[in-house]
Design a protein around this ligand. Structure first.
Ligand SMILES: [Fe+2]
Length: 259
């Protein structure tokens, strides 16, 4: 799987851009200049994102231009394994919250029906043979908007998570990591905290080697409130509304702030 990914990301930029999904989305190929998670940093990453509805529907319904090379590099068969793991995690988290086992599953009916916004994403952080500009990172600091996120961190370091004291902690390579997203943060009344995380450019020889990560975002049903009604908020909105504003910020506004 990794060899096929390397082959895809090694394609020419104009070829890879043929795999982009519709404008204003993160579907399909995500080029280097598409996202900026912090307006004050340069981000050096590219990626590929598939919705769970594409699991049974190759070539991917959202990306008509998909070519065989991408289908081989991003096999949809990874979805069932992530779904099974997610189902078990949801049961355990529900019990931890003092609820019945199906408490969270009932908020993820689209996910179990292979619909909605849950998605599989592969990130590629290219080798940097020359020193990057100041304020460069591989992925800027952010919180996930998901319920929770499962990460296969890859065989190189660089991922960091901010702890409650505000200190950055290194995540060792070759780990399967689960982090809470903002939906779980609010739904659990902050029993589970959505941490700020980022991917830094190594200051050693690892900088010169490609790094890959595989990430599965489990997202709630789109119509659910982004925060429970008892939590004060200036503008109540659905999870889908919040996700749309998230995309708008990171795909558009952060670029405008920088330029
Ligand atoms: Fe993230």
């Amino acid at each position: 799987m990794i060899a096929a990914k390397k082959k895809f990301f090694a394609l020419n930029d104009d070829v890879k851009r043929q795999y982009q999904g519709p404008a204003g989305t993160l579907l399909g190929y995500i080029p280097f200049d598409k996202e900026r998670y912090n307006p004050n940093t340069y981000e050096v990453h590219e990626g590929f994102l598939m919705l769970s509805e594409d699991e049974d529907n190759l070539p991917y319904s959202q990306i008509p231009s998909l070519l065989p090379a991408a289908a081989k590099a991003f096999p949809a068969k990874a979805f069932p394994a992530f779904r099974d793991l997610s189902s078990n995690l949801m049961s355990a988290l529900s019990v931890a919250l003092g609820q019945g086992k199906d408490y969270l599953a009932r908020m993820h009916q689209e996910f179990f029906a292979k619909k909605g916004y849950s998605c599989l994403r592969v990130n590629h952080f290219p080798p940097m043979e020359i020193l990057p500009p100041p304020n460069s990172v591989r992925f800027g600091a952010h919180k996930d908007v998901s319920t929770f996120t499962i990460l296969m961190t890859g065989d190189k370091g660089g991922l960091q998570i901010c702890n409650r004291a505000g200190a950055w902690m290194d995540v060792p390579p070759n780990k399967l990591l689960v982090i809470a997203g903002q939906f779980l943060h609010f739904t659990s009344h902050e029993k589970f905290i959505a941490p700020v995380h980022r991917v830094m450019i190594p200051d050693n020889a690892d900088r010169d080697i490609s790094r890959f990560s595989i990430i599965f975002f489990i997202c709630p049903d789109a119509h659910l409130p982004y925060r429970p009604a008892c939590i004060e908020e200036p503008e109540p909105c659905t999870w889908k509304d919040y996700y749309s504003s998230f995309l708008s910020d990171y795909l558009t506004k952060n670029y405008q702030k920088k330029e």
